[in-house]
Ligand binder design. Structure first.
Ligand SMILES: NC(=O)c1ccc[n+]([C@@H]2O[C@H](COP(=O)([O-])OP(=O)(O)OC[C@H]3O[C@@H](n4cnc5c(N)ncnc54)[C@H](O)[C@@H]3O)[C@@H](O)[C@H]2O)c1
Ligand SMILES: [Zn+2]
Length: 347
């Protein structure tokens, strides 16, 4: 019997036996090894995405694992292959797809949100979603490829150029990954983050981190930029205060790249947009090239994935791990380990 982590109602998760089914034509069956808990999973846990998520729902979209079986007609994959999954299924017919933006298909199936995710011991997905992992990359680190692909996409959407000054508002896993990818692209980066633990980790990674409560962030940005303001701000906090900070720090013709999910409409200082000729750019998910770049960045150590992993818990302890993240504890990324061995260790 295999186990799955399920969202059953707001603030309620359980672990339950899951049905396994043979992979159909064009599908593969995977054995997930590690699955990251993402800020979006926390939004689901809070009940903020109930309109989209039908409970009971198996969560998880940041994963690494191995191929177990391949379905009819699948070529190029064999049992044992190490993979991650780009968890998107699109219809290829809607206006977004026809314009070449399949990743934001108007009928997108985000696997792990709109359909069953990876926090289970067996997972059947379309072979077209698989991304090969280098054999040298440990599977725990490889679970960070998906959020790194988000960061690669966001830096691309912001049109970041070498030498630009960037403020990342929200130093959670996605914000830190954006900061690291932006730095690797030649930007000078500052991170604004509420949690002292997360600020400390950012500093250990060589980033300068500010506290939005105790530091006068707009003033620090003025000093840093010679009164010009930042070129780019990434809003990755999902908080109203974070939006204000991101708008306040931008200089003339600055670009605000919106990454976080805001569950409700926010007030924005539009006068500032007018006055400084700012640009607002939305950034959602990634495409295959972002994913492939992310594999390279994690594999070559540009992204020190091991430093971002605070804790690895067996599947049976995933509900408690959500509570820990919820409490804003001293953690960055928590991975759920799905292998049989990990469950045995927990007993
Ligand atoms: N655009 C996308 O495709 C995409 C992909 C993944 C995640 N997301 C979203 O991005 C956001 C970040 O994801 P995460 O996994 O890093 O989540 P997270 O919740 O771990 O991180 C958010 C961070 O923002 C900090 N914060 C809160 N209010 C703040 C404020 N006023 N100023 C500064 N920092 C503040 C929190 O302390 C926290 O560390 C979430 O909303 C998530 O849903 C979007
Ligand atoms: Zn479409």
């Amino acid at each position: 019997m295999t186990l799955a982590v399920r969202y059953t109602a707001a603030r309620t998760l359980d672990t339950a036996p899951a049905e396994t089914s043979a992979p159909g034509p064009g599908e593969v069956e995977l054995a997930p090894a590690y699955v990251g808990i993402c800020g979006t999973d926390l939004h689901i846990f809070h009940g903020d995405m109930d309109a989209r998520v039908s409970a009971p729902a198996v969560l998880g979209h940041e994963m690494s694992g191995r191929v177990v079986r391949v379905g009819p007609g699948v070529e190029g994959w064999r049992p044992g292959d190490a993979v991650t999954v780009m968890p998107l299924r699109w219809d290829d017919t809607c206006p977004a797809c026809r314009a070449g933006h399949q990743h934001i298909c108007q009928h997108l199936d985000f696997i792990g949100i709109d359909s069953p995710g990876a926090m289970q011991q067996r997972w059947v997905v379309p072979a077209s979603t698989l991304i090969r992992l280098p054999g040298s990359l440990p599977l725990d680190r490889a679970a960070l490829v998906e959020p790194t692909a988000v960061a690669v996409h966001d830096v691309g959407r912001a049109g970041l150029r070498d030498g630009e000054k960037v403020v990342v508002v929200g130093g959670g896993p996605v914000g830190i990954l954006i900061a690291l990818v932006a730095r690797a692209a030649g930007a000078e980066v500052r991170v604004v983050e509420l949690s002292a633990h997360r600020r400390l980790l950012a500093e250990e990674l060589g980033l300068t981190a500010w506290n939005p409560v105790d530091d006068d962030v707009p003033e620090l940005v003025r000093q840093w930029t010679g009164d010009a303001g930042a070129d780019v701000a990434f809003e990755v906090s999902g908080a109203a205060g974070g939006v204000d900070t991101a708008v306040d720090v931008l200089g003339v013709r600055g670009r605000l790249c919106l990454v976080a999910i805001h569950p409700r409409p926010r007030e924005v200082n539009l006068h500032r947009f007018f006055w400084r000729e700012l640009t607002l750019v939305g950034a959602r998910l990634y495409d295959r090239s972002d994913f492939e770049k992310a594999v390279t960045l994690v594999a070559d150590g540009t992204i020190p994935a091991e430093r971002l992993i605070s804790k690895v818990v067996p599947l049976t302890q995933a509900p408690a791990a959500f509570e820990a993240l919820e409490g804003g504890g001293d953690v960055m990324k928590i991975l759920v380990e799905c292998t049989d061995d990990a469950q045995g260790a927990a007993v």
